[in-house]
Design a protein around this ligand. Structure first.
Ligand SMILES: [Zn+2]
Length: 334
């Protein structure tokens, strides 16, 4: 029996509506989402949606309410479903788990999860690290999980991964189904994660410039891509010589971050290359908001989801588009 059927007595639709109303207009001016005019007046309520306030815009002569043009707009499910789904997402539940708990269809929860994750990632777009930064890279196995667009089984185009030999030796690459994840961890606490096709000098330099300001102190291992990075006070430890820390110089925080990232990706039981950047981005969000509990994290995501501009871009997946999202990010920053 779905979780919502146990707890739905605790949720009053009116209270949820009031909560969403507060979040919608918190830190935002009351204006028409269509023509941005602030010349608006209350315009009655809905008999089928208790507590939902309707407004009329004098600019475009149309009406709108708290949900117009947000992620929750035109949803057939009521607000308790959305609030609970966001809460469960912050507890790192998979979309299938959320579908089971809420009693909605798997495809519905899959779509919601991605919209909400994208809304969460919107706040991480411009994050730049300060202070001493540690960096490390990881190659994560990600293939072509998911059904073919025309339904049925999708052909792999390669031999299935055996139980024994899971991957080729050496560094990973997008084309070898092992894209790279580069972690930048500030000793002040914030993290930035980049999902990239490879880990070459060019990629690392681009990623470093996005993750932090020039002149920062940077500690890494002795990989050649890091040694070639310019513009930072760079020092490294040599793992091949069994050197893991030299005084203040070490990258243990970056390695620790990967030990947290790996089990969080395990929840999905195999990743697709198309969804890896999004999942890693959402992990970055959860990590940077780790001082808050799941309710507060969910509140932040809902706040972002209630912004028409963010909602529109989140639906299109603008914030996490592809592996070479550097150019996209650069455009967003400029
Ligand atoms: Zn208007």
């Amino acid at each position: 029996m779905p979780l919502l059927s146990y707890v739905h007595q605790l949720f009053s639709a009116e209270q949820c509506q009031a909560y969403i109303h507060t979040l919608r207009w918190k830190d935002r001016p009351l204006q028409c989402p269509r023509c941005q005019s602030r010349d608006v007046d209350p315009w009655g309520t809905y008999h089928y949606r208790p507590g939902c306030q309707r407004y009329r815009c004098h600019g475009c002569k149309r009406t709108f309410n708290d949900l117009t043009d947000t992620l929750l707009h035109r949803s057939k499910r009521s607000l308790p479903y959305w609030i609970l789904a966001t809460f469960l997402l912050c507890l790192s539940c998979s979309s299938r788990r959320i579908a089971r708990e809420l009693g909605v269809h798997g495809r519905t929860s899959y779509r919601w999860c991605w919209w909400l994750r994208n809304a969460a990632v919107s706040s991480e777009m411009h994050r730049q690290l300060e202070g001493t930064v540690e960096a490390d890279d990881l190659y994560h196995t990600a293939g072509h999980k998911g059904q073919a667009t025309h339904g049925g089984k999708k052909s792999l185009g390669r031999r299935a991964r055996g139980r024994r030999k899971k991957r080729e030796p050496g560094r990973g690459h997008y084309d070898k189904d092992r894209p790279a994840i580069i972690a930048w961890v500030s000793r002040q606490g914030a993290v930035v994660l980049h999902t990239t096709k490879d880990c070459t000098v060019k990629t690392v330099q681009k990623a470093a410039d996005l993750a932090m300001q020039a002149g920062n102190r940077l500690y890494t291992d002795s990989a050649s891509s890091y040694r070639a990075v310019q513009g930072y006070l760079h020092e490294y430890v040599n793992h091949t010589q069994k050197e893991y820390a030299r005084g203040d110089v070490h990258e243990n925080r970056a390695e620790c971050l990967f030990s947290l990232l790996k089990p969080s990706l395990r929840v999905f039981r195999g990743m697709s290359k198309t969804t890896l950047p999004g999942s890693v981005g959402f992990f970055q969000f959860l990590r940077n908001f780790r001082q808050h509990n799941a309710c507060e994290q969910a509140e932040f995501i809902l706040w972002a989801a209630l912004d028409p501009t963010i909602a529109n871009r989140a639906k299109k997946g603008d914030f996490v588009k592809c592996f070479d999202h550097f150019d996209l990010l650069q455009m967003a920053i400029n």
